[in-house]
Design a binder for this molecule. Structure first.
Ligand SMILES: *Cc1c(COP(=O)(O)O)cnc(C)c1O
Length: 421
């Protein structure tokens, strides 16, 4: 048998040259997040273009994915609203210039203060439970427009990241949904929305088309039986991105065509149009365009080979929490053969503080710079301070090549600010 050479494929494109990133590491200490504005804008335009047929289509960017004013503002410039789920996210959106109908408030187990802020801003409020009609009425009063979140339960299956709908804490059952709209109508609510989100990080277009079909059927049924007017359906977020080099992007054109067909058959044919279609995608817009940049601090050879980075699970939790794959590029060595299997770790006292396990990489040396791909959504945002690790900076590369610090790194003073010595 001929000896096979080590594989050299499995590379993923970087929008930055290794030299450019290495120059940045001289200006800004690693680790840091680096976002590519041109890429984010490209994805935003791609999503908007796909739904050009839909009356008044709008994506409300899920703020939790990348909660930074610079990101919210550039997405607002591409026509996106903000999908908020907490008081802090509402304030962040407001201070980024988004307000009123630019905001979708999709929360659950919601505190009174959050509803008061959302209502005060004139946000579109999406209720997660039938009991929240009375709660909202008591704490702030009912607005003119109300949306409800539907959980289809056993009628649909979720995916591995979000779990099965019956096990999900979100949303109302189908029976509760009918009751909820009837109650809201009786209490004077004038216009209505319907929301469902059953998959997350999904690369297959089919579940999104099925969700749209399901929601259109419910809109048709409730419009007739309750005599109410639906203004919009909200398909949620969950459009996936190819984290692995061998995965393909989601077929947005196919997804949009499938939804358009369902719209024609189930909404337009029944005279229920115009019905606005909105989404709450986060990951699709920023995920592929953010990188966690770190340096190799140590190499360790025991029962396995370890690459120790100056970034940790406190900077990017997805691999440790979900076993999520994030592609790693060792800068300047992207074309070198993958010679060695490594576990790539951070300094947390937690054995799941690993960015990769048994990953084939080129021969790594201390001082190498590593870019961790597809960290632009649910990356920095999920960061934490366990072990006293400080949260890192965020940088944005503008389309003209200028790099801007859009969040400074935390200092020890920040970390100790809430303590009393
Ligand atoms: C997390 C979340 C989103 C965004 O999900 P992405 O995977 O980033 O698209 C949208 N809506 C709701 C209700 C969510 O919880």
């Amino acid at each position: 048998m001929a000896r096979t050479n080590p594989p050299t494929i499995a590379s993923k494109a970087l929008p930055f040259t290794p030299e450019e990133i290495n120059r940045l590491t001289e200006r800004f200490p690693t680790p840091f997040y680096l976002y590519d504005e041109a890429g984010i804008r490209r994805s935003a335009r791609q999503l908007n273009r796909s739904f050009a047929w839909a009356p008044d289509f709008r994506n409300f960017f899920a703020v939790k994915a990348t909660p930074n004013p610079a990101i919210l503002k550039l997405l607002a410039g591409e026509g996106m609203g903000a999908d908020c789920s907490s008081l802090a996210e509402l304030v962040l959106a407001e201070d980024s210039g988004l307000t009123g109908k630019d905001i979708m408030f999709t929360s659950n187990d919601t505190p009174a203060a959050d509803y008061q802020k959302a209502a005060g801003m004139g946000a579109i409020i999406n209720l997660d439970d039938i009991t929240h009609i009375d709660y909202l009425e008591r704490v702030v009063g009912l607005p003119e427009v109300i949306c409800f979140r539907y959980n289809p339960g056993p009628a649909r299956s979720g995916n591995s990241l979000i779990g099965q709908p019956q096990e999900a804490k979100y949303g109302l059952t189908r029976r509760q949904l009918s009751q909820a709209y009837a109650i809201a109508k009786q209490k004077g609510v004038k216009r209505f929305g319907l929301h469902a989100m059953v998959v997350s990080n999904e690369l297959d277009s089919k579940p999104f088309i099925e969700t749209a079909e399901m929601l259109f059927e419910i809109v048709a049924e409730l419009s007739t039986t309750l005599g109410i007017r639906f203004e919009f359906v909200n398909l949620g977020g969950g459009l996936g991105i190819p984290y692995r080099p061998d995965e393909a992007e989601i077929d947005l054109a196919g997804l949009s065509n499938g939804i358009e067909r369902a719209y024609r058959d189930k909404i337009a044919a029944r005279g229920l149009d115009p019905l606005r279609i909105v989404m709450e995608c986060g990951r699709f817009l920023t995920g592929p365009h953010g990188f966690l940049v770190a340096k190799v601090l140590h190499l360790k050879h025991t029962y396995k080979h370890y690459v120790g980075l100056d970034a940790s699970m406190a900077d990017l939790m997805r691999p440790g929490m979900y076993g999520a794959y994030h592609h790693l590029s060792v800068l300047g060595k992207q074309d070198q053969p993958l010679r060695q299997r490594y576990d790539v770790t951070g300094p947390l006292c937690e054995n799941n503080d690993k960015f990769a396990i048994d990953r084939l990489l080129p021969a790594v040396e201390v001082g190498d710079t590593v870019a961790i791909h597809d960290a632009g959504a649910h990356g920095h945002a999920m960061g934490f301070n366990y072990n006293g690790l400080l949260r890192c900076a965020e940088l944005l590369r503008r389309p003209d090549g200028e790099v801007e610090l859009i969040r400074r790194a935390e200092t020890l003073d920040d970390y100790f600010a809430t303590l009393r010595f």
